[in-house]
Design a protein around this ligand. Structure first.
Ligand code: DAK
Length: 265
């Protein structure tokens, strides 16, 4: 065990009832993603996936400057092909974990979200940001391209031309631009970022967990298929929820004018 295990933990976890707050914790390197940080994040996600007390996850960065300033350039600089592939797999592993977590994950972007940090944010279900946050995919300035899904997710989210403007220039963009293009859903004063993110998360946590899971799955599965196919998936998922206790409870609670108590069954 390292001398100061909590301070040295690369991904801090704090639970507030059904909401888990994960804080990426390498502030001196602007929370850049190195292999140990990615591994710790993967461990945290595995932990959360099987923790039935946790219904919603918020992801943020430690310190005032950065959410994540990208993959760790110092670590990557001397990679050989095998190590670069290992790093790529570790990153893909984390993003797959987020995609299959089965619980909503909200990014609370407190500062720089660059390169792999911007891509990590894009893999979350949605993001809110501090007015001081900055965004970009500067990989081409380093002679590489985004490798954690940025070329795919950004283009789907903001359209081909906007995505290519970001990716080809490698420019850093302000929070207003990110809001305008729909990368983030809301901007708040820096000190309000976590309170607002946690309040949204708490509200989501009162909703039916199986319905949330189904909604996420259908949105993701429908992302890339013809509308008619997406609508079929939606209808099938809608129907299946009528097998659940949560559906009975949610509708009974409405009719009895009381808050629903969802169990995830
Ligand atoms: N990696 C390592 N260290 C970083 C870092 C990074 N990405 N970003 C910042 N740091 C470190 C700085 O080196 C500095 O360390 P010390 O010198 O104090 O030891 C410390 O954090 C503070 O940074 P600065 O002194 O530079 O702070 P400033 O306020 O002056 O500037 C900045 C902030 C964010 C504008 C600047 O730090 C910066 O430009 N950082 C690099 C941003 C960047 O280019 N990010 C993209 C990285 S490339 C792949 C998967 C993913 C990727 C690629 C492939 N595969 C699956 C194949 C992803 C690639 C990337 O993300």
């Amino acid at each position: 065990m390292e001398p100061n295990a909590i301070a040295d933990d690369l991904v801090l976890r704090r639970d507030e009832g059904p909401v888990a707050l994960l804080t990426l914790n390498r502030p001196k390197a602007l929370n850049a993603l190195n292999q140990p940080l990615l591994q710790r994040l993967a461990e945290r996600l595995r932990e959360l996936a099987v923790d039935s007390n946790v219904r919603v996850v918020v992801l943020t960065g430690s310190g005032e400057k950065a959410f994540v300033a990208g993959a760790d350039i110092a670590e990557m600089a001397d990679y050989d092909v095998a190590t670069a592939q290992h790093f790529a797999l570790a990153g893909q592993n984390v993003l797959n974990h987020i995609a299959t977590l089965g619980k909503p994950m909200i990014a609370a972007v407190n500062g720089f979200a660059l390169g792999g940090g911007c891509e990590l944010m894009l893999a979350c279900d949605f993001a809110i940001a501090s007015q001081r946050a900055k965004f970009g995919l500067p990989e081409v300035t380093l002679g590489v391209i985004p490798g954690f899904g940025g070329t795919q997710r950004l283009a789907r989210l903001i359209g081909r031309h906007n995505a290519l403007r970001w990716i080809l220039t490698g420019d850093v963009h302000g929070a207003d631009e990110a809001l305008r293009l729909g990368l983030v859903t809301q901007l708040v004063e820096p000190e309000q970022l976590l309170p607002v993110a946690l309040e949204i998360a708490q509200r989501i946590a009162t909703r039916g967990p199986l319905a949330m899971l189904a909604a996420k799955q259908v949105v993701d599965q429908g992302w890339d298929v013809p509308l008619a196919d997406g609508l079929r998936k939606e209808a099938a998922a809608f129907g299946k929820l009528f097998r659940t206790q949560d559906q009975k409870e949610g509708m009974a609670a409405f009719m009895q004018k009381r808050p629903a108590k969802f169990t995830g069954n």
